[in-house]
Design a protein around this ligand. Structure first.
Ligand code: PLP
Length: 236
């Protein structure tokens, strides 16, 4: 096992590099670095790493599988972190996710509204919700996210559900495609969304490989895993 001190140093160095990339990308597009929130994606990494991140000043972490997320969130309850659920949601798990999540970024169908809203109310919280827009070409294998045509309707659904607060839009750039073209579509959709829901100011886009393009296109949240914590086993 890598010693805790060495791991701490390694994560600190990689985190500093990512903060630098975000600051450079903001400077390049005339934005303030404070406009972009770093969500460190901790999936596959142990709670010990989450503790290191908190110690290094990270406030927001992201997870994409319910059981793993729940276990880690419970183990790290004392850390006052904001937990973002960013993965595919099964409707029978949705209410349970509200037990630890502060933000669900991956709302992609109406069926989730009821369980998320009820769960949030049961836990006496207001859950922040982003609608996830699919950027896969029509007809392609649908990875995750709602088709563009459904996004505004889903946003209305979130806004109209007690216990939920509509915050904005999330997207994952398609594999092997130009992220700039994909983020153009997301930015246009975000503008449409804000025209109808001015409170929906968050745009979650950008991962380790494409955060610069995302920041250039107005991302307010970037979800960074491997650039901070290293590579994950390839089981996804
Ligand atoms: C895993 C994951 C990320 C982080 O990906 P990296 O390339 O490791 O930065 C971001 N967003 C989602 C939805 C993810 O599942």
């Amino acid at each position: 096992m890598v010693s805790l001190t060495r791991r701490h140093e390694q994560v600190a160095a990689d985190l500093a590099r990512v903060h630098g990339r975000i600051a450079d990308a903001c400077a390049d597009s005339g934005r303030h670095a404070g406009e972009v929130t770093l969500v460190v994606v901790t999936k596959f990494f142990p709670a010990a790493d989450v503790r290191i991140l908190a110690d290094l000043g990270v406030s927001d972490v992201g997870e994409n599988r319910h059981q793993e997320a729940e276990a880690k969130a419970v183990e790290c309850e004392d850390l006052a972190l904001r937990w973002h659920f960013i993965g595919g949601l099964q409707s029978n798990k949705a209410a349970a996710v509200t037990g630890y999540a502060d933000v669900v970024q991956s709302l992609d169908r109406r069926k989730l509204l009821g369980p998320l809203g009820r769960g949030a109310q049961q836990h006496d919280k207001t859950l922040d919700v982003l609608v996830q827009m699919s950027l896969d070409p029509p007809g392609a294998v649908h990875r995750s996210g709602a088709p563009a045509d459904d996004v505004l309707d889903l946003a209305d659904g979130v806004a109209g559900t007690e216990g939920l607060r509509l915050r904005g839009l999330m997207a994952v750039a398609p594999l092997r495609a130009d992220p700039a073209a994909a983020f153009d579509l997301v930015a246009a959709m975000h503008a449409e969304l804000r025209a109808q829901h001015p409170e929906a100011t968050w745009l979650s886009a950008g991962m380790s490989g494409d955060l610069e393009a995302a920041v250039k296109h107005g991302a307010t949240h970037v979800r960074i895993g491997s650039a901070v914590l290293g590579s994950r086993p390839r089981v996804e």
